[in-house]
Design a protein. Structure first.
Length: 290
């Protein structure tokens, strides 16, 4: 760790003197250096101004999802959902982060039934009676990123599919109880995993959440099958997503060979996902995308 003179400006960019800003924090962090799991690097710790930026981006992000919630209908094509997302995001002064991201062709991901995530909106895919649908919206505003997704139930959804969607949403609350500074990120993933397994479902291993804020995808990678006491140390100012993918059947998945994006459950079983962007605060967490 770089040594800073106590009266010099703090490394976090707050403009405050180091001694009144992150000096005590650095001392505390030092005590964790001997542990075998990673510590957050300084670029992962957001200052007040950056948090405000991410908060504003998150406000747009939720407004877009609220707009989708108002307009989503049986019979609608997934391209129409994409249109809603593009229109609302840009109307509010934002940019849809997925558009052009590593070649992704649309403004959001729409994942129906056995599609786990990264479904590409299409003019030929229509929402049908009984579908469970994830709409994943990621927003850039003034250079700051936010990311969240929700499930929507179309028409008459079976009791067991409804249950999957509910339990997946509840798992976020279970994970959040573990989000506290100086705890390990692995505690959060373990709590979600235990909860999901208890309900007889499985959690996708290969795809996880991510740090976010100044970039779309930052460190750490966020697993939902992690072990307690492992993974990155949580500290105030970190921002990351919680976005478990929960399958009704086996946890195995495959990626569509043609489009190279769409992720399916291997056994064709239903999959659900909810996503929130979360800030680690001085004494716990704050959900930014609420
Ligand atoms: N919201 C997704 C995530 O959590 C976005 C995947 S990248 C995209 O990372 F290009 F497909 F949007
Ligand atoms: Co995400």
């Amino acid at each position: 760790m770089e040594k800073i003179e106590r009266n010099a400006p703090c490394w976090c960019g707050s403009g405050k003197k180091y001694k009144t800003c992150h000096a005590a924090f650095d001392d505390k962090l030092k005590k964790y250096e001997k542990e075998p799991y990673p510590l957050p690097t300084r670029d992962l710790i957001k200052n007040a101004e950056q948090i405000e930026g991410i908060r504003k981006s998150s406000k747009i992000n939720i407004a877009v999802l609220d707009y989708v919630a108002e307009h989503i209908r049986m019979g609608m094509s997934t391209a129409e959902i994409d249109n809603l997302v593009y229109r609302k995001t840009t109307e509010l002064g934002g940019i849809p982060a997925p558009l052009g991201y590593e070649g992704f062709p649309c403004s959001c991901c729409v994942s129906i039934n056995s599609v786990v995530c990264h479904g590409i909106p299409s003019d030929d895919t229509f929402l049908e009676d009984g579908d469970i649908v994830n709409v994943d919206v990621s927003t850039i505003y003034n250079g700051y990123f936010s990311d969240s997704s929700r499930m929507f139930l179309i028409g008459n959804v079976s009791e067991e599919a409804r249950r999957l969607v509910e339990v997946t949403e509840q798992s976020l609350q279970v994970g959040l109880q573990e989000v506290k500074p100086w705890k390990r990120l692995g505690d959060m993933g373990a709590a979600i995993h235990d909860f999901i397994r208890k309900h007889g479902y499985t959690v996708v291993k290969e795809i996880g959440g991510h740090g976010i804020g100044l970039e779309f995808h930052e460190e750490p990678w966020v697993s939902y099958i992690s072990k307690r006491g492992t993974e990155m140390l949580l500290v105030p100012g970190m921002v990351f997503t919680i976005e478990p993918m929960v399958n009704m059947g086996k946890d195995d998945i495959f990626i569509d060979e043609e489009d190279d994006w769409t992720v399916y459950t291997e056994d064709g079983s239903l999959s659900a996902q909810w996503e929130i962007t979360v800030l680690v605060t001085e004494d716990g967490y704050e959900i930014l995308t609420y």
